[in-house]
Design a protein around this ligand. Structure first.
Ligand code: PLP
Length: 375
């Protein structure tokens, strides 16, 4: 079955009790045992399993082509559980420009706990080889990267990681399984902030880990989640599953609009650089063309006038919302350096755009007006 069909049907069934086509919401925190002490429906307690969560996890497996999945309370909670499943003294290699929260989590929580962290430019395979040592247990990938839209060759970095027996983990939040399939390129685990494109409407927080196969490592991740309790609510799972139903069609619209806007911005005299992997001038264009079936809805621009011009553009848009996050139906614009904090490597002149599903010409007109500085 193709992804449009899986997005609508995987994990769902007509409710056997009522015939409801849309899955009911199971709010119960606890489930009854039989007289002999068994759990006939395999549900016991909400922190362990919940029917809405199981439906979402089955759907995520079907989308990514994975064997097992677990839904989390947030993308950050999912990320955290993976690093916690390692041992103090283990080493991980992480891209310089992974989501800034991933870097903060590693620096402020995992390094003091004993994890060794090496940051590398994942687009430079020599640098990756130099960073991966025999005690490296895990290599983290995020492509396209945040906010520079750098493209990592997933297959090549995974092969380097596997040579030393390290796991390859890909944060697939930006591309989504519609545009990029990390398991087909050899990855072991896929991570998502389902808060973004999978939820799709900026109204629910969630995360997920999908594993290519069952493993001791994934069992440990599940144990950490079960004991620590970083699980999503049934309603959050329900919302994310509902969002996923339209994901393939939303991604088509996001890609189309971002492509039009990137090309328009590229020729504007106030813009110094457009970072969008769908432009043939982008350094990752060739690899993105091979490993992605579309270039996504995210782009960044650097303004010739520096920080001041970037703030002026963000101040004058009317359709784009000045807000963090991404992947919703509405377009967002954000000055990343000022939100990423003191460790940021993001240029001050850069604005990140999450291109939504409004009409592309209206978005272009909004940027045109904002770049003229008109109120
Ligand atoms: N991964 C990526 C690529 C992100 O962009 C984000 C959030 O922006 C996260 C992970 C963290 O997700 P959450 O906000 O759901 O914790």
């Amino acid at each position: 079955m193709e992804i449009e069909t899986r997005a609508i049907h995987a994990g769902r069934q007509v409710d056997p009790a009522t015939g409801a086509v849309v899955p009911p919401l199971y709010l119960s925190t606890t489930f009854e045992r039989e007289a002999d002490g068994s759990y006939p429906h395999n549900y016991n307690y909400i922190r362990d399993r919940n029917p809405n969560r199981v439906m979402l996890e089955d759907c995520l497996c079907a989308l990514e082509g994975g064997k097992v999945a677990s839904a989390f309370a947030s993308g950050s909670a999912a990320t955290m559980s993976i690093f916690q499943a390692l041992n103090p003294g283990d080493r991980v290699v992480v891209p310089h420009d992974a989501y800034s929260g991933t870097g903060t989590l590693l620096r402020s929580l995992m390094q003091p706990w004993g994890l060794k962290v090496a940051f590398a430019d994942m687009t430079n395979l020599q640098e990756v080889k130099a960073a991966i040592t025999s005690d490296t247990r895990l290599v983290w990938l995020e492509t396209p990267s945040n906010p520079m839209l750098k493209i990592t060759d997933i297959g090549a970095v995974t092969a380097i990681a596997h040579k030393v027996g390290a796991l390859s983990v890909c944060d697939n939040t930006w591309a989504t399984p519609v545009l990029q399939q990390p398991f087909a390129l050899g990855c072991d685990l896929v991570v998502h902030s389902t808060t973004k494109y999978l939820g799709g409407h900026s109204d629910v927080l969630g995360g997920a880990i999908i594993a290519q196969k069952e493993s001791e490592f994934f069992e440990k991740v599940l144990h950490i989640q079960h004991i620590g309790g970083a699980v999503p609510s049934p309603f959050d799972c329900w919302l994310i599953l509902r969002g996923i139903a339209t994901l393939p069609y939303r991604m088509k619209g996001h890609c189309e609009n971002a492509d039009k806007l990137a090309r328009w911005l590229q020729q504007h005299r106030a813009i110094a650089r457009v970072h969008y992997p769908g432009l043939s001038t982008h350094s990752g264009y060739a690899i993105a063309s091979q490993q992605m079936s579309g270039f996504g809805g995210m782009l960044s621009v650097e303004l010739k006038g520096g920080k001041e011009a970037a703030f002026a553009m963000a101040a004058h848009v009317k359709l784009f919302r000045r807000a963090t996050s991404l992947g919703g139906v509405e377009s967002l614009i954000e000055h990343r350096a000022s939100i990423e904090g003191k460790n940021t490597r993001t240029p001050d002149s850069l604005l990140r755009l999450s291109v939504g599903l409004e009409n592309a010409e209206d978005l272009i007109a909004d940027c045109d007006r904002a770049l003229k500085g008109n109120p």
